[in-house]
Ligand binder design. Sequence first.
Ligand code: SF4
Ligand code: SF4
Length: 406
Amino acid sequence: MDRRDALAKMFGAKGVRVNTNRGDEYYDSLRKKIEKRLSELRNSPAASKVDIEKVLDAEGLSRRDFMKWASATCAMLMLPASFTPLVAEAAELINRVPIVWLELQDCAGNTEAILRSDSPTIDELILETINFEFNETLMVAAGHQAEEHLDEVIEKFAGNFICVVEGSIPVGAGKEWCTIGAKGETFEEHLLRVAQNSAAVVAVGTCATFGGVPAASPNPTGAVGVQDIIKGKPIINIPACPANPANITGTILHYVMTGQVPELDYLNRPKFAFGYRIHDNCERRAHFDAGEFVEEWGDEGAENNFCLYKVGCKGPMTFNNCSIVRYNSGTNWPIGAGHGCIGCSEPDFWDKYAYERPMADANIKAPTGGVEKTVDEFGLGLLTAAGIGIAIHAFASAAAGKKEEV
Ligand code: SF4
Ligand code: SF4
């Protein structure tokens, strides 16, 4: 598949949607706001020397590819198609907004997911043009030099930079499980110092959002997410393990365009990315409805790409757009590759979801609703109950399937 096909596959019309609940007045006012903001950014000095045109050229991508991406991203952000030129301009101006990227208790998997792509998507290329004023994984400076640079950045861009955080914050045992720099600052002190001076905080990956794997039982370091530490600042959570570059780019673009955070769900996740339930956009859903399941690894059901619910898929309880955006340049995603969703974009995912048996095997309460839930309904504490709902449905549809066979 060539790059253009991959892009079309990633950002085709399927799965993306415009928020039709809002009227013309809302969008007229939003357009004016975005135009004003972009005009201010256009007249501000480019903080980064890397511009998108050069990066696209180097990858052999045309302006047409870029505009195709802008159109799809516009839809992903739930904006009308007429906003496409504004999205394109925001992508060109993304290097005007300084970013401080903090690496805390994690595996650097989110950074790696962006850097290791041998066939980068336009989202990944746009991230290359971002003005990283500070990023310990990527920058040359180290030790005292790096610390001095961070102090300078905080002072120079106070109130105007985005603080991106990757990794959890250990607050157990006097908070000294992890320290950083020659002054022995704890991760919590480090985060507080930077975040308090930022315009907004973007927590990237499930460790930074909800504690992730470091917070799994028995959570020896007392790991927590950014929102447990930072108060009084806009916080945007982009969970998943790793976070999808399309969602990172979309969130930063939204901020570049409007100077505000996108609409968020009850877990502070952008609705444009986490308003989708895996189960509702899954290519195996027809098999779920028909009661056709993989019963054990390697069986005939697995060969026929049947539903993975009975071998532990947590797609019915998980909100993320990876079934639409996919990973590895849009090539595939976990369920497409044959393994169930392990709920990596949900809180406590490692303890609650990352095992290969159905949710209904867990010690959970009786169902209070059907299987069709929106993200905010799940926020009312119905996750485990929905697990039972799904199990009942799975059983009933399996029975129906058998009946038809007779
Ligand atoms: S249970 Fe999992 S594999 Fe089955 S349809 Fe739902 S998301 Fe897809
Ligand atoms: S399928 Fe589930 S576990 Fe896999 S990346 Fe998507 S949300 Fe995470």
